[in-house]
Write a protein that binds this ligand. Structure first.
Ligand SMILES: NC(=O)c1ccc[n+]([C@@H]2O[C@H](COP(=O)([O-])OP(=O)(O)OC[C@H]3O[C@@H](n4cnc5c(N)ncnc54)[C@H](OP(=O)(O)O)[C@@H]3O)[C@@H](O)[C@H]2O)c1
Length: 212
């Protein structure tokens, strides 16, 4: 696949390396093209199969604007939103009281098929070996509304050695963003966030939705 990466921080760089190793045609960009070799517009033009938006939440809408997303430049494209909107240095959502980042990104890129993904694990997970923990590949929840875009991102997740997990429509991205912030808080406090959930095959894990 042709993949464009908007952002050359830890996550964008790590995923770019893994997807390149998996045989994809990846172009990474940053705000200083002298450092990355490519500007955001280059990556947006390159990523005809998928575009990863990997900049801080406070920069995301400006970066989309810079590549013409507001004018429809990304219409029909798969845009992966990995932002965790935290106020820097805090565990507070910068979006509190307003729409989640995924909705803001979708509104800023009319016609684009936004998929929320990669918010639950730190970038370092993608720089080592296969992301397998306790014998299970890491699950990557995907929230999105377009079946084709979800299938594309699911393939990209599988190419990382991880497992795509259906996370519902894009309206559920608000929950993913808040849950990711909560998990980061657990990790920051020294807890193992993996231990707070029962295994899916445990009797105690049976969903009780709809039951009172
Ligand atoms: N790192 C993780 O473990 C992790 C995990 C899950 C999700 N995420 C999310 O993934 C996204 C990327 O995170 P990251 O840690 O890889 O990198 P980051 O430090 O959040 O962002 C790095 C990229 O954004 C650019 N950038 C920063 N401020 C900008 C601005 N005002 N305008 C334009 N570009 C700007 C940087 O350019 P310069 O290099 O020129 O500064 C760099 O290319 C974030 O939204 C984060 O919440 C990160």
């Amino acid at each position: 696949m042709r993949i464009g990466i908007l952002g050359s921080g830890g996550l964008g760089t790590a995923l770019a390396a893994r997807w390149t190793a998996a045989g994809h045609d990846v172009l990474t960009s940053g705000r200083d093209p002298r450092r990355t070799g490519h500007g955001f517009a280059d990556a947006a033009a390159h990523g005809t199969d998928a575009l990863l938006l990997a900049v801080p939440d406070h920069a995301a809408l400006a970066v989309l604007d810079a590549v013409g997303a507001g004018g429809g430049a990304l219409a029909g494209r798969t845009v992966i939103d990995c932002t965790v909107p935290l106020v820097p240095g805090t565990l507070t959502l910068s979006t509190a009281g307003g729409p989640p980042m995924a909705a803001r990104i979708a509104a800023a890129a009319p016609g684009a098929h936004v998929v929320k993904a990669f918010t639950f694990a730190p970038a370092a997970v993608w720089t080592g070996g296969p992301p397998v923990f306790d014998g299970d590949p890491l699950g990557v929840p995907l929230c999105g509304d377009d079946p084709g875009a979800l299938a594309t991102v699911g393939r990209l997740v599988a190419d990382l050695g991880a497992a795509p997990v259906p996370g519902g429509g894009l309206e559920r991205a608000a929950l993913a963003e808040a849950a990711s912030a909560f998990m980061i808080g657990l990790w920051a406090a020294g807890a193992d966030a993996r231990t707070v959930l029962p295994r899916a095959d445990a009797e105690a894990a049976r969903p009780t939705l709809g039951r009172r």
